[in-house]
Design a protein around this ligand. Structure first.
Ligand code: LLP
Length: 441
């Protein structure tokens, strides 16, 4: 079983105090020491999935693992991924800068995105990122122009839309034809011709696709590999090129609830190999860009229980219990109807005999973290531990309602270290400016 198939971090257990322990740390103590809401990242789980990926793909001669940093991009997380030998898929100058400042060899970085600005392209060229994934005609022209001005060359992949519809939430599907991302297959010849004949500062290395996120069906990946390899063969033949790089994106799912059955990373590697073996071409360099499956399982969020309310719905009592976080630290339930599992960190062994709805603290009816979950009877001050919050939680967090973003700690072998400081009230106003005519003397 690979780590992405686990509902909880691999170090989770119940300790002698009867509390949930993660990375050897008592979660109730973590909540006390650092406050809540608190993002907790378990280093062993994170390194475990990195090793699962490396092991699964070890027979590939040319495999490049790139962590999709959009899932969670902080300096300490970047350091761990770098130590594990991963490169980085980045989509903004903020991600590029974070990775750069963490000491990463920038040739291992790919810059991706459907509307890269001049400023971002300039920075990426100055820092010498290894690959640009060129998304559209406008970008190809702009990138070539800026590279020309700087007298440098950019090595590129072409982002393609392979026309694959996979079964996941509509908002996180990206490979279908009606998508804002990439060139559709009818546009490929035109862009290759432009690169070959006009864009002299671009060197085409290969193709790139990403078909979606939270995918459970391996067939979607093998279909994608086949389409990409056929496209490489076709382009090489038609244009006399020697493209030999194929980036298959990310997308492998994780287990948010007992009902989710994501595939083992080994089976993903097998599916990719089988699809490749149907073709007699020289094995290209394969890039794989997982985000969620790398970091999701390693993360939990701790919240403190506050108010509660009971409503009578046609004679049935429904209990809402509010916690001190919600849609600003985890927007996924309200954005994608995402489901999560939670336990009570200070009394995980007590019988789960109450059905409750865990509500957030934000001023919106839709701010519900978990709808109807069976938990021990909740009281004010209890600590709730929500699982699988490592990916797309902090990275999509906001300051809605002018609430400070939570802190993040890294736990390992009974040690806990702050890797993101909790925002302060002064942080919240630090970017504000009052024009002099409005200032109060
Ligand atoms: N590569 C590319 C080009 C991508 O666009 C993405 C994700 C990935 C790799 C990583 O995919 P992953 O392995 O994480 O599935 N905010 C949404 C997910 C959006 C994913 C966008 N692209 C969510 O919370 O579910």
């Amino acid at each position: 079983m690979s780590v992405n198939q686990s509902l909880k971090p691999i170090t989770i257990k119940i300790n002698n105090s009867g509390h949930i322990e993660i990375g050897g740390c008592d979660s109730v103590e973590l909540a006390k020491k650092y406050g809540t809401p608190l993002y907790v990242i378990d280093e062993k789980t994170l390194r475990g999935i990195c090793r699962d990926y490396k092991e699964a793909f070890k027979d590939y001669p040319n495999i490049k693992m790139m962590y999709a940093s959009k899932a969670l991009c902080t300096s300490a997380i970047t350091r761990i991924l770098d130590e594990e030998g991963f490169g980085f898929d980045t989509v903004s100058q903020g991600e590029i800068y974070t990775v750069y400042k963490s000491g990463v060899d920038m040739s291992k970085v790919l810059f991706n995105g459907n509307n890269k600005s001049r400023k971002e392209i300039e920075l990426a060229l100055e820092l010498k990122v290894g690959r640009f994934s060129v998304d559209n005609f406008f970008e190809a022209e702009l990138l070539n122009k800026i590279a020309q001005e700087k007298g440098v060359n950019a090595d590129i992949l072409l982002r393609l839309t392979p026309g694959i519809e996979c079964h996941t939430h509509e908002y996180i599907q990206t490979g279908q034809i009606d998508s804002k991302f990439g060139f559709d297959l009818t546009q490929v010849d035109k862009i290759v011709e432009l690169i070959k004949n006009k864009y002299k500062n671009l060197t085409l290395k290969g193709v790139h696709a990403h078909i979606g996120s939270q995918i459970f069906e391996l067939k979607s990946f093998s279909d994608e590999v086949e389409i990409l390899i056929e496209e490489i063969e076709r382009i090489n033949k038609k244009f006399g090129l020697e493209l030999d790089e194929m980036n298959i994106g990310g997308g492998l799912g994780v287990k948010y609830t007992e009902y989710d059955c994501p595939p083992d990373v080994k089976d993903l590697a097998k599916a990719v190999a089988e699809a490749m073996n149907k073709h007699s071409v020289k094995m290209p360099t394969i890039y794989i860009e997982p985000g969620r499956s790398i970091i999701s399982t390693a993360g939990v969020t701790l919240y403190t229980v506050g108010s509660s309310k009971e409503v009578d719905i046609n004679g049935v009592t429904k209990r809402y219990v509010a916690v001190d976080g919600g849609m600003a630290d985890n927007p996924r339930p309200s954005m994608y109807q995402a489901e999560y599992v939670a336990e009570v960190a200070n009394k995980p062994n007590e019988p789960k005999n109450e059905k409750v709805t865990i509500a957030g603290r934000y001023c919106e009816s839709g701010d519900i973290l978990i709808n109807e979950i069976e938990l021990p009877k909740l009281e004010q001050g209890d600590i709730i531990c929500v699982y699988n919050t490592g990916a797309y939680n902090y990275s999509m967090a906001s300051n809605y309602n002018r609430v400070e973003k939570p802190a993040m700690v890294l736990v390992n072998s009974a040690q806990s270290d702050i890797i993101v400081n909790r925002e302060s009230l002064d942080d919240l106003i630090s970017h504000d400016n009052i024009p002099s005519r409005l200032r109060k003397e």
